[in-house]
Design a binder for this molecule. Structure first.
Ligand code: BES
Ligand code: ZN
Length: 639
């Protein structure tokens, strides 16, 4: 980790310096590779790629690289602790005497080397965001180290739920969330996305529960509560995942299925009916699915994200189970990560757009294939709305550099980069490429890109070189202006304008309603789907208490069972202090832990003293049921 550039340093100078740094690194790496002098004697081709500096990891992965992890952990629900061992296999590239790992709040009891002897180790200074380094004395010939350790009950990746916090109310529940840099709080590892390793695991738990991981899984409970896992394809640490609970499985198709709590399984199966078709469509677009099986586990509502693309087993929020299958684009998104992210992986969190921008573009293509282009165009136009708002907000806060695709997150929590910029500006960048070269050429380029780079990290600079070398003519490269997109702020002029005939209908209703030309009860909303309603809610202007009452009477927004609609409605509820909806909003905030919903609502509530007081009361009750990812953010908002 390096010192940040001083804030007075002009941003463009910073980004240019970083470009030069990245370029220099590439030159150095290339010359090392070409001269073959970087690796010690005896190492052959196939040695790990030299990785860029990672601002969010202490690990010395360019000296010694972890290439396999064997976990043996026992799950203790009473103590809220995982304990046991992690055996890390090493490729000692430079024959170093020290292995540096990332850890967060772990108690390390003992470390054994492959010669059977205990070795010395030391923990570095603790940082609230990055955890600590764990430096272990090794020999140049050491092939593996075994770390005996236990997690802390406060481990940031893990959420331990009491039976009351589950649907079934009978059994406790555990799940992990490792992205971006939380794997280190439950597995000592080289916790940067550029490092890839295979893993296996033995998890011991209560025999009334099943354990599942981002690996080859069984589908039924074992009488002895011992579960073994194997992940033979290399993955990054942020994709390490574990969940333990009362979960049942239903197969959905050739290579897909769903896990959920028993009371949720039938609804989940209904909702995710299109899963197998999504997999098949994705394969026709960008090549074979590399992970054999694709399952989804529907977690309890405190899961802090919509979805997480853990290999072979997407973790998903139950808030997508709307009853009408209208929120399943999230599954297309997580599935798409099986190519963009899990196969070709952002090398550092500064390159996050390579994961998320590609995935949103790919998600859009899957949705178009399955539900048609009119549906896809609604999603894309809604995405543009989000992007425009996010860019405006970041500009207002003076965070212009955060509107670049390539981020500079040195010294900051990589979560700061988790905005619509990586997702939506990334998608529109790729759409711009498509608009310049045509769909056929772009698809064939992407298919090759995923094949050539599979199981490898990718960084922004290398991607741009790859794009110029393998797709764009000089003229097309000028038309695209990739540097402006990637290293510049806002939205470049050549971005295609999304168009949706469906949402244009909503637009004309909004124009009348917002200008007071028509009452809510006279609006023609026949055939509105979730996405029409979202566009409608986001386009409402000039609201007041009367209009809120009128809208609620006409469309019962307060009672909606659709989490996306609820969240957009509650934003207006707060802005207008529409008190009749406060009880429903309180129960939403208490039952749902998805940060994307919580953040805008608590932020708006914090804007006035009266609302802030109300929010604090609700939060006091809700906080114990949130995952750390969510409560750390909300603590910051309500402090
Ligand atoms: N990988 C992300 C979630 C993530 C990103 C977690 C960064 C931690 C750090 C996942 O694929 C994702 O993007 N989820 C979105 C849903 C998607 C449809 C935009 C979410 O959770 O809302
Ligand atoms: Zn994603």
């Amino acid at each position: 980790m390096e010192q940040r550039c001083p804030d007075v340093f002009p941003l463009f100078v910073k980004s240019n310096i970083n470009m030069v740094k990245a370029w220099l690194l590439n030159v150095v790496v290339l010359s090392i590779l070409v001269a073959g002098c970087g690796a010690p004697k005896g190492k052959e081709a196939g040695d790990p790629l030299i990785l860029q500096k990672d601002d969010h990891s202490f690990a010395n992965f360019n000296e010694v690289r972890v290439n396999h992890i064997s976990l043996d952990l026992t799950v203790d629900f009473d103590q809220k602790v995982l304990s046991g061992s992690a055996r890390l296999s090493l490729n000692n590239i430079t024959e170093t005497n020290t292995l540096v790992l990332d850890v967060g709040d772990l108690s390390v009891n003992e470390i054994i080397l492959d010669n059977g002897e205990a070795t010395t180790f030391s923990l570095g200074k603790e940082s609230e965001i990055f955890g600590q380094s764990l430096s272990i004395a090794i020999e140049p010939t050491t092939e593996w180290v075994e770390i005996k350790y236990a997690t802390s009950p406060e481990a940031k990746a893990l959420q331990w739920l009491s039976p009351e916090q589950t649907l079934g109310k009978e059994h406790p529940f555990l799940f992990s969330q490792s992205q971006a840099i939380l794997a280190r709080t439950w597995v000592p590892c080289q916790d940067g996305p550029g490092v890839k390793f295979t893993y296996d695991a033995k998890i011991t738990t209560d025999s009334s529960l099943i354990a599942l991981m981002s690996a080859e899984n069984g589908t039924t409970k074992n009488a002895d509560g011992i579960y073994t896992f194997k992940m033979d394809q290399p993955i990054s640490s942020y994709l390490l995942a574990l969940t333990v609970g009362d979960l049942e499985y239903q197969r959905m198709g050739r290579n897909s299925g769903v896990f959920a709590e028993p009371a949720m399984l039938e609804k989940s199966v209904y909702e995710l009916e299109s899963m197998q078709r999504m997999i098949d469509s994705a394969e026709t677009l960008y090549g074979p699915y590399a992970w054999e099986q694709y399952d989804v586990v529907i977690l309890p509502p405190s899961f802090p994200f919509g979805g997480m693309e853990n290999p072979r087993l997407t973790f998903a929020t139950p808030t997508i189970i709307a009853g009408d299958r209208s929120l399943v684009s999230l599954i297309a998104h997580e599935l798409a990560h099986s190519w963009s992210g899990n196969l070709v992986t952002n090398e550092t969190w500064n390159d996050f757009w390579l994961n998320e921008g590609f995935t949103v573009y790919f998600e859009q293509r899957i949705m178009e294939k399955i539900y048609g282009s009119s549906y896809e165009r609604m999603l894309t136009k809604l995405g543009m709305g989000d992007l425009v708002n996010t860019i405006a907000e970041l500009e207002k806060e003076g965070k212009l550099a955060d509107t670049h695709l390539y981020l500079e997150l040195d010294g900051r929590d990589p979560d700061d980069g988790l905005t619509d910029v990586a997702y939506e500006k990334g998608r529109f960048f790729l759409q711009t490429v498509e608009s310049i070269v045509g769909r056929e050429r772009f698809d064939s380029f992407l298919r090759t890109y995923f094949t050539v780079n599979k199981f490898k990290p990718m960084n922004t600079e290398r991607f741009l070189n790859y794009l110029n070398d393998n797709l764009l003519s000089d003229e097309e490269s000028v038309d695209l202006g990739a540097d402006e997109w990637i290293y510049g702020p806002g939205l470049p002029d050549n971005c295609p304008e999304p168009f949706s005939e469906e949402l244009d209908k909503v637009e004309s209703s909004l124009a009348k309603y917002n200008n007071g030309l028509i009452g809510a009860d006279k609006l023609v909303t026949d055939g509105y789907t979730t996405h029409h309603w979202l566009y409608f809610l986001r386009g409402l202007r000039n609201l007041d208490g009367n209009k809120m009452t009128e809208l609620d009477a006409a469309f019962s927004f307060t009672e909606t069972g659709n989490s996306e609609i609820a969240c957009d409605w509650f934003k207006h509820v707060v802005d207008q202090s529409y008190k009749p909806a406060y009880p429903a909003m309180a129960s939403f905030l208490k039952s749902v832990g998805r940060r994307k919903f919580l953040t805008p609502l608590y932020s708006r509530l914090a804007a006035t003293p009266e609302n802030k007081l109300w929010a604090k009361e609700v939060y006091e009750l809700a906080r114990p049921s949130y995952h750390s990812v969510s409560y750390i953010t909300i603590d910051g908002i309500l402090k």
